[in-house]
Design a protein. Structure first.
Length: 132
């Protein structure tokens, strides 16, 4: 199986990096159909993600994000493109204060339409991304 390994240093500190990673998990579930589990630790966190044809982990520390993903046979044929898009999106997220808007912008730039947002009848509940 083809693998993707991406490391990005940042100066966010763990609390802000944690918030960004959890937000990414929310968006990945909502827009990309992934199932994400968020595991919070003392010095680092993990986002474990899976969907048909791909799975992996995003490790979050006070100074870096490390993404390791495994692609199935079909998606593996597009590994280079997938990796370059992840790099671009991650770099864009790190450059913005509002990661959701940055991620939505990246999705729109790639010709994908975001699902219409549902009107909030009550305060937003926690996302499906589970803290373990």
């Amino acid at each position: 199986m083809p693998d993707i390994h991406i490391t990005r240093e940042h100066g966010l500190g763990l609390p802000a990096a944690r918030k960004l990673a959890f937000r990414w998990a929310e968006v990945a579930e909502d827009k990309l159909g992934m199932e994400c589990t968020y595991e919070e630790g003392k010095s680092s966190d993990r986002v474990i993600f899976t969907r048909a044809g791909a799975n992996g982990e995003l490790k979050v520390t006070k100074s870096s994000f490390v993404l390791d993903a495994r692609l199935g046979l079909l998606l593996g044929a597009f590994r280079e493109r997938i990796e370059s898009e992840i790099v671009k999106n991650l770099d864009e997220l790190l450059a913005h204060e509002e990661p959701l808007k940055a991620f939505d912008h990246a999705l729109a730039a790639h010709g994908k339409k975001a699902a219409p947002k549902k009107p909030a009848a009550k305060p937003a509940a926690k996302p499906k991304a589970k803290k373990a």
